[in-house]
Design a protein around this ligand. Structure first.
Ligand code: UD1
Ligand code: CA
Length: 490
């Protein structure tokens, strides 16, 4: 039966290998770029195809890889079957394991590698269509590289037909010079693949069952084996070591930054701005250098972010400005201003037109519209009403050494510099506090809270107690000047 491009297919994603070249305690496909694991990138691409089945082949460290597959499946809202490859005997063996849960599946089987994170659904779709159009049993997605080192080389005969894929370690000098390589992405006729996998061997430099050897078997059986050359080889870069991880991360970021700019954001220096895959950026946003936006961060229209700012899972309202700030899991209202040098810890909500100024740390604090915490303050476990102002150098003393306690500040409150709010404590609407007040008792609405330890000046103390110091010398000179002035006036 001839297949049409709409024929449902199965995608098998290989993620069982050890990834030795990463030199890592973490399985290779669990390393992340753009805030998403390599495996998650691969599964997202597979999902984009709308396939009937997705199978992830897991093995090495599957106690960690398995849960990641489950997490991504939940994100995608679809089933991803896990097939276990107990011993990692090569990519051919991995695909055989991946086919097991599909039974006698007759449709097209797409195979992708878990370590090719920039691959898009569109490119897989292109491969799929080429495969169907050529009525091929096997189609390999290839790419041409100026430096093909490390990849399997595509070997073609005099008629330009693909005859084999030869791995770097098995290749002759002549084969090593071939610049067309295997991307690791294939389309197979399910039945042909299943049969051919039973007939490949481990007679190669790595003693493994190579998926790539399926091509030779299929061809010998008289099936059509074809190749589809990808337009953009950058998309097919495999990640085997940390250098390639960084390169892939950079390329992904280049795309995400470009997307943001085409969406109407001004990015002053695209090379120093990092954006995760789940970040949403509005129009007329300006992003200054050395800014990183991660997680589910959203930046509304007209906001100005950076320089030197890292935001993770933050929402920033329209026209807000966030300068030299570190922020996590919090919300900044419209027209609010934050920074410079501000540390926003989880569960902080800054209202519209609010302010968190220089050297302010906030945590689990809800600050009402128009309220300001402008200078040198720690505000934690607090609720502040609207249009209030917290004086410079204040501390919300939330921790008694055992438990955390809450402070509640009303609307239109004015607290003096260096006020300590010893929680649990409440300051009523319109109340004031004097500079240096340690508030341990609730302050009623409209009251002025002051703690009067009256100032006492002990005359002559420095000259008497610190003789011979520069301070005592300055004190003596000041005293003599005052005496002379008195005498002249005398
Ligand atoms: C593989 C291809 C190579 C291709 C390159 C593209 C083979 C033999 N080689 O080489 O032709 O140019 O990808 O990036 O197929 N895996 C398993 N089980 C195993 C072995 C590997 O699941 O037993 C998984 C790995 O986790 C990885 C993928 O298969 O996600 C590829 O394995 P890797 O060892 O990286 O193959 P390469 O040497 O890159
Ligand atoms: Ca690889």
């Amino acid at each position: 039966m001839a297949q049409s491009p709409s024929t449902p297919c199965a995608v098998v994603v290989l993620a069982a290998g050890a990834g030795t070249r990463m030199k890592s305690a973490t399985q290779k496909t669990l390393h992340a770029i753009g805030g998403r694991t390599l495996l998650s990138h691969a599964l997202h691409a597979a999902d984009g195809l709308g396939p009937e089945h997705i199978v992830a082949v897991v093995g090495h460290q599957r106690d960690q890889v398995g849960p990641e597959v489950e997490k991504v499946a939940a994100e995608l809202g679809r089933e991803v079957v896990q097939a276990v490859q107990e011993e990692q005997n090569g990519t051919g063996h991995a695909v055989a394991c991946g086919l097991a849960p599909l039974g006698e599946y007759e449709g097209t089987v797409i195979v992708t590698n878990g370590d090719v994170p920039l691959l898009t659904a569109e490119t897989i779709e292109g491969l799929y269509r080429a495969h169907v159009d050529a009525q091929a049993a096997v189609t390999v997605l290839t790419m041409k590289l100026t430096d093909p080192t490390g990849y399997g080389r595509i070997i073609r005969d005099a008629d330009d037909e693909v005859t084999a894929i030869v791995e770097q370690k098995d290749a002759t000098t002549e084969q090593l010079a071939v610049d067309e390589v295997n991307s690791g992405v294939f389309a197979f006729d399910g039945a042909v693949l299943r049969d051919a996998l039973t007939r490949i061997d481990t007679d190669n430099a790595q003693g493994e069952l190579y998926l790539t050897d399926v091509l030779g078997v299929a061809r010998a059986d008289g099936h059509t084996v074809s190749a589809h050359v990808a337009a953009d080889p950058r998309e097919l870069a495999g990640v085997n070591n940390r250098v390639q991880l960084a390169e892939a991360g950079k390329e992904l970021n280049r795309r995400l930054v470009e997307q943001a700019m085409l969406g109407g954001a001004t990015i002053i220096d695209p090379d120093t701005v990092w954006i995760g895959v789940n970040v949403r950026i509005g129009q007329d946003v300006t992003i200054h250098p050395n800014t990183q936006l991660w997680g589910a961060t959203t930046i509304a229209d007209g906001a100005v972010i950076g320089p030197d700012t890292t935001l993770t899972d933050m929402s920033v309202g329209e026209r807000a400005s966030v300068i030299r700030t570190q922020g996590e899991r919090s919300a900044i209202g419209a027209d609010a201003t934050v920074g410079p040098f501000t540390y926003i810890r989880p569960n902080t909500v800054l209202g519209n037109r609010g302010k968190l100024g220089g050297f302010v740390e906030a945590k689990n604090a809800t600050i009402g519209a128009g309220s300001k915490v402008p200078h040198l303050t720690y505000i934690g476990d607090a609720t502040v009403g609207v249009e209030s102002n917290i004086g410079a150098s204040s501390v919300f003393v939330n921790y008694d050494g055992v438990k955390k306690h809450h402070t509640t500040i009303g609307d239109h409150v004015r607290t003096g510099s260096d006020t300590m709010f010893v929680a649990p404590v409440t300051v009523g609407d319109g109340a004031y506090s004097g500079a240096g007040t340690v508030i341990t008792k609730d302050v009623p609405a409209g009251a002025l809270a002051i703690k009067e330890g009256r100032q006492r000046n002990i005359e002559g103390w420095v000259e008497e107690k610190r003789p011979g110091t520069p301070a005592a010398e300055a004190a003596r000179a000041a005293r003599e000047r005052a005496t002379n002035e008195d005498n002249q006036e005398g």
